[in-house]
Design a protein around this ligand. Structure first.
Ligand code: AHG
Ligand code: MN
Ligand code: MN
Ligand code: MN
Length: 336
């Protein structure tokens, strides 16, 4: 079998279309290299002394795991020097990270959730890294980047992707031309194209939600799940299966592979908060991937990629995956 590496894929994309510039190609190569490093640390586990928590809390009010901080540092260090970025933002940092003056600056902004699914780390269950690339606004040229420059709707993303550290380490990517998946060949140290043109079937019999929050859900969410649970003899006329891995990367990877609907909807636990997941580091990149794979993504009411962000760490309700199911949940919200 002739194997195609990530580098070959990117060079081909660069030649075939103008959708990919040399800068973006370099950027993807560097992010994916950082993910290899993170994958290596993850796989060492207790042997590498990377399990467990730190004393610190992040800006989200979460206790940081060692791997949250290690992964954040790996991504910062790897991406600083390339000359393709103007600044970075991360779930684990209060504010944006400017490129130090000793390095040249580029025109792109990189955003990441360095380690997604932190509660899975110590129990040896799949985790991942999520990233998103935006173009710095033209108005920012010649001045220092600010948080405001990051507040662009997800529809403007240039690249979105994730790495999943599971039984295999994979990189799943979109440059706006569909979704492709690479598997890490650990011996060779290279990403090999193994999943061309990943697509999400429009229908599914599998849903993904944390059922322990049921009593807090809004009525449209409750209605949808109740109908799924009613099975063959209910209005849906089919039996549904349920999966919840507690790492968005792993749950989304499953639905990009075989279909499904994933929900972390708004709920009444913390009335002021619009949801748990973060718009800029989780919902936007995953929504771009899901749409590029033929699925849909809303916050219950509107398309996630259309949301105009108002702050860097903004949270949002998330309903994404198989198109017909996402449309049904969204219709229930509109009817409520
Ligand atoms: P993170 O580890 O980056 O903070 O994100 C965890 C998120 C997401 O990956 C997952 O779907 C969700 O939190 C799980 O939340 P619950 O523990 O409430 O189920
Ligand atoms: Mn976290
Ligand atoms: Mn996360
Ligand atoms: Mn995280």
């Amino acid at each position: 079998m002739k194997r195609k590496t990530l580098t070959q894929y990117l060079v081909e994309q660069q030649r075939a279309s103008h959708a990919l510039s040399a800068e973006v190609r370099l950027l993807i190569e560097i992010v994916s290299r950082a993910c290899k490093t993170i994958s290596h640390s993850v796989s060492k586990g207790a042997l590498g002394g990377v399990l467990g928590s730190l004393e610190s809390e992040n800006v989200q009010g979460e206790v940081q795991k060692k791997l949250d901080v290690i992964s954040n540092e790996v991504l910062l260090e790897a991406n600083e020097w390339g000359g393709h970025l103007a600044a970075m933002a991360s779930e684990e940092m209060e504010t944006i990270h400017l490129i130090p003056n000793r390095y040249p600056k580029g025109e792109f902004l990189l955003l990441f959730d360095p380690l997604d699914g932190s509660s899975n780390i110590d129990v040896n269950v799949s985790i991942g890294t999520i990233f998103s690339v935006l173009r710095a606004p033209a108005s920012a040229s010649g001045r220092e980047i600010t948080e405001q420059d990051f507040l662009q709707p997800g529809s403007t993303q240039v690249v979105a992707g994730y790495a999943i550290y599971g039984p295999q380490t994979m990189l799943v990517l979109t440059i706006g031309q569909g979704v492709v998946g690479f598997t890490l060949d650990r011996e060779m140290g290279s990403w090999i194209l193994t999943h061309e043109n990943m697509t999400i079937p429009a229908d599914t019999k599998e849903f993904s939600i944390n059922m322990s929050n049921m009593r807090h859900w809004a009525p449209p969410v409750r209605r949808y799940i109740d109908e799924c649970l009613a099975g063959k003899t209910g209005v849906r006329g089919k039996d549904f299966n349920m999966r919840w891995i507690a790492a968005m990367v792993a749950d989304v990877h499953r639905l990009i592979t075989r279909g499904g609907i994933f929900m972390y909807p708004w709920d009444a636990r913390e009335p002021g908060k619009p949801g748990k997941l973060r718009l800029m580091y989780e919902a936007n990149p995953m929504s771009m991937l899901v749409e590029q794979a033929g699925g849909a993504a809303t916050d219950g009411n509107q398309r996630i990629l259309d949301i105009q962000p108002t702050s860097l760490h903004q949270r949002v309700g998330v309903v994404l995956g198989s198109k017909n199911e996402v449309e049904l949940v969204t219709r229930y919200h509109h009817e409520a």
